[in-house]
Design a protein around this ligand. Structure first.
Ligand code: NDP
Ligand code: GDR
Length: 328
């Protein structure tokens, strides 16, 4: 039975990855931070088979202890401060968790495993935000990185540190450059979930309108359930490597609004959407579209859920959730 340790187990991807690994017969350990993390109940409810270990990415010794408990064959480093807008307001913290946290977990694996460090396979959750002010369209593994936020800069540090540990110590360390991926488990601070929740509430008469920032940005949105499968596939390869994981399609926030509102029978959403500079970013990433051909060729990975299906799945989920909580 293989053993895996997941940091960020309470997050969207941590939950989907836990389900996937448990279904494959893994013994799964999830790193939980904080002395009374409110998301523990969620993890216990959705993936009761996951064993919880305490630790924080900013605390190297806690990671060593977690590794000694989990004794993993595979480590998936999903833990991060992941909200781009928040990273400007908390830049040092973002650098410590999202950037230096990667160094901490890599170093913890090296110290824990010693000469066998190559036997503990490592996945780093890198991001399309590293492309920032994009230098190629579509973006691929070789595209020059030009991050536009403290989050993006921290992810670039983690990406190169992963490559450095691979090259310096022969570690099986892979970096998945994942484009935006969403689901009904997405945090409500991210635009897709903010929209799906608001559309459901507007449809049910619980909310009048929604206030957003930049409607013209374009993202390559996929389904989180598909993307965790790509993470797992990376760690099953003989050689560690870096991969872009994306759908190869891009859509604006306006198109997201079109699909979400149309799904509940509202064609003209303009009067229901307000804009506020509060939700604009000091530097925006205008266009993301990934070229997933390396992941398709080498990993045999393909996304199964398309954009419309993703958005309607999220709206349907939020309609059901809002009905259940309000009794409407
Ligand atoms: P979430 O924001 O849903 O989850 C982030 C996780 O990080 C949470 O479990 C959180 O735990 C944990 N965390 C935060 N701070 C620390 C810390 N100091 N030590 C340990 N864990 C910590 O993110 P996603 O699931 O969406 O994303 C997973 C990873 O993939 C992240 O690294 C993200 O940056 C990256 N990524 C995500 C993409 C996406 O579109 N979703 C695209 C590309 C990359 P807690 O409950 O304690 O807060
Ligand atoms: P992103 O996701 O920054 O791409 O990072 P987010 O959903 O926050 O923003 C996407 C785009 O929507 C625009 N936008 C708004 N965004 C939010 N959150 N709220 C709004 O009201 C709003 N209005 C417009 C943004 O300006 C942006 O252009 C996500 C995270 O999961 C990262 O951790 C991950 O690395 C990247 O995806 C790939």
């Amino acid at each position: 039975m293989k053993r895996a340790l997941i940091t960020g187990v309470t997050g969207q991807d941590g939950l989907y990855l836990s389900e996937l690994l448990l279904s494959k017969g893994y013994e799964v350990y999830g790193l939980i931070r904080g002395q009374n993390n409110p998301k523990i109940d969620l993890v216990r409810r959705i993936v009761p088979g996951v064993k919880l270990v305490t630790g924080d990415l900013t605390d190297l010794s806690s990671l060593l202890r977690a590794l000694n408990v989990a004794r993993p064959d595979e480590v998936y480093n999903l833990g991060a401060i992941s909200f781009v807008a928040y990273s400007w307001e908390n830049a040092h913290l973002t650098a410590d968790v999202t950037g230096k946290g990667v160094l901490n977990i890599l170093e913890a694996i090296r110290l824990y495993a010693g000469e066998d460090a190559d036997k503990v396979r490592f996945y780093q959750a890198s991001s399309s935000e590293m492309f920032g002010k994009v230098q190629d369209v579509p973006q691929r593994e070789s595209t020059l990185l030009w991050p536009r936020s403290p989050y993006g800069v921290a992810k670039v540090f983690g990406h190169y540190m992963t490559i450095n540990y691979r090259e310096s110590y022969g570690m099986h360390a892979s970096s998945g450059i994942l484009f935006n991926h969403e689901s009904p488990r997405r945090g409500p601070e991210f635009v897709t979930r903010k929209v799906s929740q608001a559309v459901a509430r507007i449809k049910l008469g619980l909310q009048d309108d929604i206030t957003l920032g930049n409607l013209d940005a374009k993202r390559d949105w996929g389904f989180a359930g598909d993307y965790v499968d790509a993470m797992w596939r990376m760690l099953q390869q003989d050689e560690a490597d870096d991969y872009v994981v994306a759908t190869g399609e891009t859509h604006s926030i306006r198109e997201l609004l079109d699909v979400a509102f149309r799904h509940v029978g509202i064609d003209d959403w303009e009067p229901l959407v307000k804009q506020d500079p509060r939700f604009m970013r000091p530097a925006e990433v205008d266009l993301l579209i990934g070229d997933p051909s390396k992941a398709a060729d080498k990993l045999g990975w393909k996304p199964k859920v398309g954009f419309e299906q993703l958005v309607t799945m999220m709206v349907d989920h939020d309609l059901a959730e809002q009905r259940a909580t309000t009794g409407l």
